[in-house]
Design a protein around this ligand. Sequence first.
Ligand code: NAD
Length: 298
Amino acid sequence: MRSIRRMNQPRILDGKAVAATVLEECRTETAALKQKGITPGLAVVLVGSDPASAVYVGSKARTCADLGFHSVKIELPEDTTQEELLKVVADLNADPAVHGILVQSPPPKHIDEETVIRAINPQKDVDGFHPENVAKLVLEDSSAFVPCTPAGCMKLLEISGIDTRGAEAVIIGRSMIVGKPMAMLLVAKGSDATVTIAHSRTKDLAAVCRRADILIAAVGRPEMVKADWVKPGAVVIDVGINRIPDATRKSGSRLTGDIDYAEVAPRCAAITPVPGGVGPMTIAMLMKNTIKAARQSI
Ligand code: NAD
């Protein structure tokens, strides 16, 4: 009998669709808060003119407006001093109409990002980067603001019905924005994964990744993860956003993740695309965090 070799068709974890569901929830929650006389308010501060940051800030402000939030967008010139930025943050801290404050990363080099993060009132820190929120996340305190990208990954897994309990999870990347909070969320009670954080100094990264039932890549290296790094049947979450040259595109470039999607997809049970995977979830979770901040301000 002739054997037919079929390529596996993985499940595509459609972040755009799941984010739309989360945003619908946000719309309902916003309407309920407005009935109580509270309009969720988010202030987004952009220093300088980094084009990618400007796109992110624009998209966050549009989503706020669409949900009926009070939306404040503050654009400051590249040569804004740290003192001037701290004054803007202090004013937003004192503004009762603003429940969430976000200073778009990365700021210009002359500004110390850590100092700015620590200046944000932890109750308004919807990015979840303030040490108080980092501690609360580790302590599994439900009042914590959880960084939006890892929170979005968790929501995507949850809504997609992917059970993390007892799973072997490997995260590539140890940043405070993605890798470390992702590990905390996966290991927390209820998620109950067994977690490995791999990074630039990890020995035999491919072998470490091959252990994963759930593999999460948050590195920033285009298509680094190859098929033979992935255990057959794994769930693969690609956080990376990388712009690479592509002569077939009118723009001359395209976005790609940290996973070599074409190679890896046929091998796994489920995978997120780039774009349209984790990216839309990040913005949706920012809106969720702002609603949480508004609710906790009552
Ligand atoms: P980062 O530069 O702060 O951290 C990258 C991590 O990757 C580091 O911890 C480093 O140890 C690790 N690393 C670097 N080279 C490595 C290698 N060769 N092997 C193994 N590990 C290596 O980046 P970040 O802020 O965590 O972002 C990571 C990626 O995720 C970027 O592409 C970024 O654009 C993307 N990102 C996407 C979203 C989203 O909404 N989808 C949000 C945040 C970040």
